[in-house]
Design a protein around this ligand. Structure first.
Ligand SMILES: [Mn+2]
Length: 342
């Protein structure tokens, strides 16, 4: 006989995130695992993120200091897509050859590039369709990546269903490169693609960014759809006596009424995500990220979707996945709370 659900018990490995006994059809939020990391340029492994986060999520206590009755979250888990894993393997092989050539100062083979781009297109289409179907059923979707190219289809689906929104983008990188390394759908191009392909994205609000190039900096400065809170500028203000609360006010104010949250785990301090593809010194404390999410959910804005990307299992132990599971829990809770009439 199945035991009655007790939020105070240890999570049960039932194939669902956080061991929740919620079927996808009954959920308010459904999580879509996207096991895709084809264009990761430095350290691979984020394709294993969704499963590692699921395993670690069983350890997360279903309590939240900001959100009442967190354990009542009706969060479902959508199936892992086996085809994605096969496609990822093929695309990764091509991408490794391409990146290897580029690192030798050689030209990339155009046929291989075309193949990676075609496979990326299929992933985008799959994610788009899976998310659009959920929207039709009245659900909010959280995408669990995968590298940061994973959620583009989900952003498109959200734009078609919900209309205009802003993206709160927490990341060490600006992700504003045009076809980085020749890959149209590079992890480093997600926000460039979102701005170019999704007119409903009214504002991109970047927090934590600290590793980006001259061209991206110029784009940030010249494009009025982008508001950046670069890590160095934020730290400077904190060092000189301003509070994180005041800066969060500005971040919240920069966002329109509807918000999509795109959370790259490397936005946090590398101590929280050493296994991720491209860790960068500096970044947000866990508590700073949580507080920012709490300010969004208290602000009266509506959250139309979210993603958590670039969590890669560490070489040893479960720390990265453990942090990822906890950020995922916060994203879920603050999405619920934002969308609850208070
Ligand atoms: Mn990113």
């Amino acid at each position: 006989m199945e035991k009655e659900f007790n939020p105070n018990d240890i999570g049960v490995a039932n194939g669902n995130y956080f061991g929740l006994q919620v079927e996808a059809k009954d959920a308010e939020i459904n999580l879509l695992p996207v096991t895709w990391d084809a264009t990761v340029s430095y350290g691979a492994g984020t394709a294993a993120g969704p499963q590692a986060i699921l395993d670690a999520s069983l350890q997360v206590d279903l309590f939240d200091p900001y959100v009442p009755e967190a354990w009542k979250a009706r969060v479902g888990t959508l199936p892992f897509n086996e085809d994605l894993a096969t496609m990822n393997e093929e695309a990764r092989e091509c991408a490794e050859t391409i990146i290897g050539a580029l690192e030798e100062g050689e030209e990339a083979d155009p046929a291989l590039l075309e193949r990676v781009n075609a496979l990326s297109d299929r992933v985008n289409q799959y994610v788009y369709e899976a998310v659009a179907q959920q929207h039709k059923e009245g659900k909010i979707v959280g995408i669990v990546g995968g590298d940061h190219s994973s959620p583009l289809g989900g952003m498109k689906a959200a734009a078609e269903h919900f209309g205009e929104f802003g993206i709160l983008h927490i990341d060490a990188h600006a992700d504003l490169r045009d076809a980085y390394e020749g890959f149209t759908y590079s992890h480093a191009s997600i926000m460039f693609n979102a701005l170019r392909q999704i007119p409903q994205v009214k504002q991109l609000v970047q927090v934590g960014i600290r590793d980006y190039c001259e061209q991206e900096d110029a784009l940030i400065r010249s494009n009025d759809r982008i508001t950046a809170f670069p890590d160095a500028a934020v730290r400077r203000r904190l060092f000189e006596g301003e509070t994180w609360g005041k800066i969060c006010d500005e971040i919240v104010a920069a966002l329109p009424e509807q918000v999509y949250i795109s959370f790259d785990i490397d936005g946090l301090l590398p101590a929280y995500c050493g296994g991720t593809g491209t860790p960068v010194p500096g970044g947000l404390e866990f508590a700073e990220a949580e507080y920012l999410l709490a300010r969004i959910s208290a602000s009266g804005k509506r959250i139309v979707g979210f993603d958590l990307c670039e969590v890669a299992p560490a070489a040893e132990g479960e720390w990265d996945a453990n942090v990822g599971a906890r950020i995922l829990f916060k994203l879920i809770q603050h999405t619920r709370w934002a969308n609850t009439k208070k």
